[in-house]
Each structure stands twice: as C-alpha cells, then as structure tokens.
Design a protein around this ligand. Structure first.
Ligand SMILES: O=P(O)(O)OC[C@H]1O[C@H](OP(=O)(O)OP(=O)(O)O)[C@H](O)[C@@H]1O
Ligand SMILES: Nc1nc2[nH]cnc2c(=O)[nH]1
Ligand SMILES: [Mg+2]
Length: 189
C-alpha cells in the first residue's frame, strides 16, 4: 500500500511533497544490505548508528543483513532546532565499544553539508578500527561543504530541507514512514 502525505492529516499541510516513498526506502535498503553482506562475507561488522536521525535506517537496514553484525550508537548534534548546520558537532553520547581492529560501518540517515560525518570519521579513525565505511540513506550533493566518501548510498536528493523516516524538524516528524520536503512556512523560510 502506498503511503501518502494525506494519510497524515495532522502533518499533511506541513509537507510539500514526498521525495522518497516507503516502498522505495524498503527496496533500496534491501539492495544496500545485499551489498554489505557480500562485502563483509566472513567478517564481523560493527554498525554504528548516529542518533537520533539514523534510528529508522539502522533498524530497517539491519533486519535485512545476514552478516555477523553488532550495533552501537553515538549521539551527536549539529542542527539543534534549526534547518542549518551550526558546523559545531557535539558528542551527546559516546560509544560503548572499543573500535580497535573492528570493521566499522557508520549508518546515517542523511549527508547534507557533510560536516557531521567528516568530523565523525576523523574521530572514529583515531580509535584504530580495521576498516571504516559509511552507509547513508540520503545525500544532498548540492549542499556538500566537505566531500565524504560514501560506500553505500540510498538516494541523492535535491537541496531542500526534508523530514520523516528519522529526520526531524525541532524533534517532530521523525515517525513518518517516508521522506518529504517540509513546507518553508513551518520554519519561517
Ligand atoms: O551533513 P550535515 O550537514 O552535517 O547533516 C547531517 C546530520 O544532520 C542530522 O543530525 P542532527 O544534527 O539534526 O541530529 P539528529 O539526528 O538528532 O536529528 C542528520 O541526522 C545527520 O547526522
Ligand atoms: N530533518 C533534517 N535534518 C537534516 N540534517 C541535515 N540535513 C537535514 C534535512 O534536510 N532534514
Ligand atoms: Mg536533526
């Protein structure tokens, strides 16, 4: 069944259009998982989710995986309540796991300016992992301020502020099962 914004009357007026549907997400995550399984065959992989946005991608991606995976989380925030990255990344929660010698796969919802991930990559690389790669559902190529090398990509999208499937505006809209453009009137844009 196709999920439409008008099935969400309470947010319908806040959304301009759906850019990635529930079905597209499901299909793409299963393709990404198949490639991850191939690439890490015979290895243990540590998935690191970046809270809070990556919660949905992590849970849906990992249920497709057949590899030997474990999971940890890091919470960082650079957006706060706004629609623009502050450029200052803060660790709100660090990992529980020692990364030394581990095959690490960072799981993200979106790469926008790239500032969050480029900072995180440097931070995690200094902890001595055997390998470090990135999987992200979304990327905005036109918004890149720094280039980030992505191994597993879901979709390239236009440079518009989107919400849903984990992505928030001021902590709202994360529960939507699709990704939609947020109407500028919501954030005064
Ligand atoms: O490429 P960038 O411009 O750095 O943007 C991407 C980051 O922004 C969002 O996180 P946010 O800081 O909003 O925290 P959240 O996941 O808790 O919403 C998103 O989940 C990414 O982690
Ligand atoms: N909700 C949301 N968070 C982001 N963080 C970086 N880019 C975005 C975006 O387009 N939407
Ligand atoms: Mg956010």
């Amino acid at each position: 069944m196709t999920t439409q914004a008008w099935n969400y009357p309470e947010v319908g007026g806040d959304l301009v259009e759906i850019v990635v549907s529930e079905e597209q997400i499901r299909q793409r995550l299963s393709e990404m998982a198949a490639r991850i399984d191939e690439d890490y065959a015979g290895e243990e992989v540590l998935l690191i989710g970046v809270l809070k946005g990556a919660a949905m991608v992590m849970s849906d991606l990992m249920r497709h995986l057949r590899s030997d995976v474990s999971m940890d989380w890091m919470a960082v925030s650079s957006y706060g309540k706004g629609t623009k990255s502050s450029g200052v990344v803060r660790i709100l929660k660090d990992l529980d796991t020692d990364l030394t010698g581990r095959h690490v796969l960072i799981v993200e919802d979106i790469i926008d300016s790239g500032l969050t991930l480029s900072w995180l990559i440097e931070n995690l690389r200094s902890r001595g992992p055997a390998s470090l790669e990135i999987a992200t559902l979304l990327r905005k190529p036109e918004a890149a301020k720094v280039e980030v090398d992505v191994r597993y990509l879901g979709f390239d999208i236009a440079n518009e502020f989107v919400v849903g499937y984990g992505l928030d505006y001021a902590e709202r809209y994360r529960q939507l099962p699709f990704v939609a453009v947020l109407a500028p009137h919501v954030y005064g844009g």
